[in-house]
Design a protein around this ligand. Sequence first.
Ligand code: GTP
Ligand code: MG
Length: 193
Amino acid sequence: MRVKKAEFKGSYVDIESLPASGLPEIALAGRSNVGKSSLINCLANRRNLALTSSTPGKTRTINYYLFDDAWFLVDLPGYGYAKVSQAERKRWSLLIEKYLKERRQLKGVVQVVDIRHHPTETDKLMSEWLGYHQIPRTVVATKADKIARGKWKTQLAAIQRELRLSDPPLCFSSLTGEGRDELVRAIGEMVGI
Ligand code: GTP
Ligand code: MG
């Protein structure tokens, strides 16, 4: 698979209004501020297709990006963001859970973690949950440019162990494009094109 073009399709606040096109979907899951929206821009080779921010909680709706008229990359609100109300957080987590559980077009999830840190409890829960529901998944350790190359391997091994993965996560940086080709390939396999 190659990425030639990408466009914003829309923002949605409930499952019922999601696009009904039936095209395959790949969703991005990860804690707030980890770099999900930046990863979309990196894959799309566009600077501002998805809105990013140094302040967590930027993406608050389910955002759809259409790639090559063939599949959607779906940006979900980040989890674990403390500054929104308990009620709003509850609404997000129910929305995310419902989407991941019920969306028939969903072909896989890209779970995004920060290469510099131990996975959070919520990362672990998400990982277990995806495994339990047998949702195909690629784990990406992003912001690799923020640590020395020499540290990549140990960090990836630690994340693999803590999330109990059969393979190390994919080493990625939205800033440098490290791992981009591999991620496109992994997504292609999940989408089936
Ligand atoms: P929410 O929408 O709040 O869930 O956050 P998000 O996961 O979409 O994160 P976003 O892409 O907005 O990035 C958060 C911050 O991290 C921004 O300041 C980005 O510029 C920065 N960032 C994201 N990815 C990378 C990366 O690979 N390298 C570096 N150096 N910075 C990154
Ligand atoms: Mg975002």
